[in-house]
Ligand binder design. Structure first.
Ligand code: ATP
Length: 221
């Protein structure tokens, strides 16, 4: 991303962000309102920059949005924002149907992710009756079934209790995909390759978790 700035109306929320993300696991931290979610949304074109350029594998999010979205999955903080279909299996299948994936292959891919995320027994259950943790796993399954190469998580554990936070953290840890995780839960980032600290719309620190998390905590205290 080169010289990226983003404004919502009159309000400048990101300024002068230039960086390349090449690491397997990148964390993003910072105070409320510092621009983390906006940054995360830039990565798959949910938000396009007001100025500057965001490239994903050389694809411009402004002009090649479909291809960018196919490569970069996005998991929202609130799984209810992402779950749109009545049953668990239908919800996971929805994106594949949209893509025109044939029924047999759809069934195989849906089954695979439901088993992987412990949801196979809930296949025909109403999605809205799942627990918060199961809903977040369903939202993750719905993103991963599409076969993205990278996944952005925007505060994926904020609404979860301790057990579900650990479960989702383990799921993220085990992913082979390149991931970017926005979080206020600093312990999620322990094994990460790189952490960005946002402050008032700029990248204020950028380094290993050991370097940046200490810097951030000291600054906040
Ligand atoms: N769609 C929008 N329209 C107008 N202002 C917005 C919009 N989305 C975010 N903002 C504002 O932009 C600023 C940055 O928001 P952003 O969500 O990127 O911050 P954040 O660091 O993710 O915050 P948090 O930790 O609270 O989630 C905030 O002041 C927010 O109120």
């Amino acid at each position: 991303m080169r010289e990226v700035a983003h404004d919502y109306g009159e309000r400048a929320v990101l300024r002068d962000v230039s960086l390349t993300l090449a690491e397997h696991r990148v964390g993003v931290v910072g105070a409320n309102g510092s621009g983390k979610s906006t940054f995360a949304r830039l990565l798959n074109g949910l938000v396009v920059p007001t100025s500057g350029t965001v490239l994903v594998d050389g694809l411009d999010t402004r002009t090649q949005l479909r291809e960018v979205r196919r490569r970069v999955g996005f998991v929202f903080q609130d799984p209810d924002a992402q779950i749109v279909h009545p049953t668990v299996a239908e919800d996971v299948e929805f994106g594949l149907t949209n893509l025109g994936v044939p029924p047999q292959e759809r069934a195989r891919r849906v089954e695979e992710v439901l088993v992987r995320y412990g949801l196979a027994g809930h296949r025909d259950h109403p999605a809205h009756l799942l627990s918060g943790g199961q809903k977040q796993l369903l939202a993750i399954a719905g993103v991963l079934v599409m076969g993205p190469q990278r996944v952005v998580f925007d505060e994926p554990t904020t609404l979860l209790d301790l057990a579900n936070t650990r479960r989702v953290a383990r799921v993220i840890d085990e992913l082979e995909h390149d991931v970017v995780v926005v979080t206020h839960q600093l312990d999620l980032l322990a094994g990460f390759d790189r952490v960005l600290v946002f402050d008032d719309g700029r990248v204020a620190a950028d380094g290993t978790p050991a370097e940046t998390v200490r810097w951030y905590v000291d600054r906040m205290s």
